[in-house]
Design a protein around this ligand. Sequence first.
Ligand code: ZN
Length: 117
Amino acid sequence: MTNLTPPARDRETCDYCDRAQAEADWPLYRAQCVGCAVRALAQGPLFHAAGVEGSIAAPYRKALAQVFGDDWRNGHERVKAEHARIKAARDLTRSASGSDAPKPLSRLNSVTQPGLI
Ligand SMILES: [Zn+2]
């Protein structure tokens, strides 16, 4: 069994966090930054699975504990808030660009499949 020590996080935010405030999908993270860890978790599969399943599974809890220690429940609240912020920022970007959300499913449904008529 591996026993990886998570990076020591010595800062709450960084310049990448600042960029992420301006750009919803800013793709870079600093290992030493709590804000970056929160942002990474908010966009990651473990958080997504928690939302789908409605519960905090062991791997996600472990990931939270690696950032927040015993305070992982409050950490989860921070991740939820960050997820909501990113989602709102994406929606804002979408509406500002004038392109309403594309509807790939309806486009797919309109495709006629040969042999099925
Ligand atoms: Zn950061």
